[in-house]
Design a protein around this ligand. Structure first.
Ligand code: SF4
Length: 88
């Protein structure tokens, strides 16, 4: 039996977020091949998008590889902190 994972229960680092710059994305698909848990193509769009912006620690290496392999530098990992160091 396959258990559905509650998105709220996924362990994530609230400070690390990944985004795809749609203006730069050229539909190569490396990101979707490397980390399908994070990246996808939506129906009718030729731009990759993220399924989840917050990166679970177990997937960080895959996201980092996607960043490195994207030939158009369209994937960015952001660290969000305000002046108190609290995730925003
Ligand atoms: S690897 Fe880069 S260019 Fe290719 S689909 Fe992903 S974000 Fe777009």
């Amino acid at each position: 039996m396959i258990e559905k994972q509650n998105p709220q229960s996924i362990d994530v680092d609230p400070l690390l977020r990944v985004v795809v710059d749609e203006a730069k994305c050229k539909t190569v698909g490396e990101c979707v091949r490397i980390a399908p848990e994070i990246f996808t193509f939506t129906t009718g769009s030729k731009k990759a998008t993220v399924k989840m912006a917050l990166i679970p620690p177990g997937l960080f290496d895959k996201v980092q590889e996607a960043v490195e392999q994207c030939p158009y530098n369209a994937i960015v990992i952001n660290r969000h902190e305000n002046r108190k160091g609290i995730a925003t």
